[in-house]
Design a protein around this ligand. Structure first.
Ligand code: TA6
Length: 299
C-alpha cells in the first residue's frame, strides 16, 4: 500500500531541500536538492535513482528506456538485492523480493554529511510465503559531497537466517571501451559468462565484451577510471565480501526491453555485495550492515 505524496510531503518534506513527487501512479520519488548535490530515490524498492554532486556530471546511470511502474524495478540507479543476490530458487524473483515492493519512509533530515533518508520494510504474509523468516530491513541514504548507502538487516525472528545481498549500483561512464576498474588485481572471481568458472583477475578490469563477474573475498575499495569523462569514481565499502562487475554489452543489452540500443556503452555496474559463496548468517535478534560509499574526483 503506498502513501500519497501529499501525506509524505506533510510528514517528511524539508523546505527547499527534500520533497516527494509522483514519477508514475503509485510511484513516489524523493527529490533532494542541496548546495552539495542533487539526488532522487524511489520509495518503491528504496532505489536510489540519481546522485549528482554540484558542479559534476551525474554519477549514477538510469536507462532512457526505464519503466516507472508500480511493481517493476527501474533499470539503473541502485537496486537493493535481498535476501538473495542472483537467480532465486525456481519460481522466485531474481535478486530477491524487496526491490519491487513499497518501503516505508521512516525519517528524513540533514547532518554534516548531507541530506539523509531512512526507508524500511519488514516481513508480512506475502514475504513469508516466499521466504519464511521475520525481518526488518532498513536503507539509510545520505546524499552530499559523497553518497553513502547503508543496508541494515535485522533478524527479528527466533531462528537464524542466511542471506546474500547487494547494492547493485549502475554507474554512468563516458565510454565503456575507455573505462577500467581498479582494486581487484589478484582477486579470484566467478565468471558468469564462462559458466561461473573460477579465474584470477590480472591488473585492471577492462571491457571488450559482456562482463559479468563475482569477485570473491574482497573488501577492497574499487576505482572506476573513466578515460572519456576524465574522472575517477571511488567505491568504498564495509560489511561486503564480494564485488560484482557487470556490463551486458551488445547481445545481452538486446534482451532488456528497458535498455535502449547502445546504452551499454555508457554504463557499468560495480556492485557492493555478499554473493555466491560469500553468504551471511544473521542470528536471531542480530543485525548485518552492508555499506557503500561513493565519491568522485573529477568533474
Ligand atoms: O549483477 C549482474 C546481474 O546478476 C547480471 O547477471 C544481470 O542479470 C543483472 O544482474 C541485471 O539483473 P536484473 O534482474 O536487474 O535484470
Amino acid at each position: 500500500m503506498s502513501v500519497s505524496v501529499e501525506t509524505l510531503n506533510q510528514q517528511f518534506a524539508i523546505p527547499d531541500v527534500l520533497r516527494f513527487v509522483e514519477a508514475a501512479a503509485g510511484m513516489p520519488v524523493i527529490e533532494i536538492t542541496s548546495a552539495d548535490a542533487s539526488a532522487r530515490i524511489a520509495v518503491q524498492g528504496a532505489q536510489v535513482l540519481e546522485w549528482q554532486p554540484t558542479g559534476q556530471q551525474p554519477v549514477l546511470w538510469v536507462s532512457r528506456a526505464a519503466v516507472y511502474q508500480a511493481g517493476k524495478g527501474v533499470r539503473g540507479g541502485v537496486p537493493v538485492c535481498w535476501p538473495w543476490f542472483g537467480a532465486g530458487e525456481a519460481g522466485k524473483p531474481a535478486h530477491g523480493f524487496v526491490r519491487t515492493r513499497m518501503w516505508q519512509v521512516r525519517e528524513t533530515g540533514q547532518n554534516a554529511e548531507g541530506v539523509y533518508v531512512k526507508l524500511g520494510i519488514s516481513d508480512d504474509a506475502e514475504t513469508r510465503a516466499i521466504w519464511d523468516y521475520a525481518f526488518d530491513l532498513e536503507l539509510i541514504v545520505t546524499a552530499g559531497k559523497t553518497l553513502s548507502m547503508e543496508l541494515v538487516t535485522h533478524n527479528t525472528g527466533d531462528k537464524p537466517f542466511t542471506i546474500t545481498d547487494a547494492l547493485h549500483t549502475y554507474f554512468r561512464t563516458g565510454d565503456i571501451t575507455k573505462t577500467e576498474v581498479l582494486g581487484l588485481d589478484k582477486t579470484a572471481y566467478l565468471d558468469k559468462v564462462l559458466d561461473f568458472g573460477q579465474h584470477m583477475q590480472d591488473g585492471a578490469v577492462v571491457f571488450t565484451g559482456e562482463t559479468d563477474r563475482v569477485y570473491l573475498d574482497t573488501q577492497a575499495e574499487c576505482v572506476i577510471n573513466d578515460g572519456a569523462l576524465m574522472r575517477k569514481i571511488h567505491v568504498a565499502k564495509r560489511g561486503s565480501s564480494s564485488t560484482v562487475v557487470w556490463n551486458p554489452w551488445t547481445e545481452k543489452e538486446k534482451g532488456f526491453a528497458d535498455m535502449a540500443v547502445g546504452e551499454y556503452r555508457e554504463m557499468l555496474c560495480v556492485e557492493t555485495c555478499n554473493a555466491a559463496t560469500d553468504t551471511v548468517i544473521v542470528e536471531s535478534a542480530q543485525s548485518h550492515h552492508l555499506l557503500a560509499q561513493i565519491s568522485t574526483d573529477g568533474y
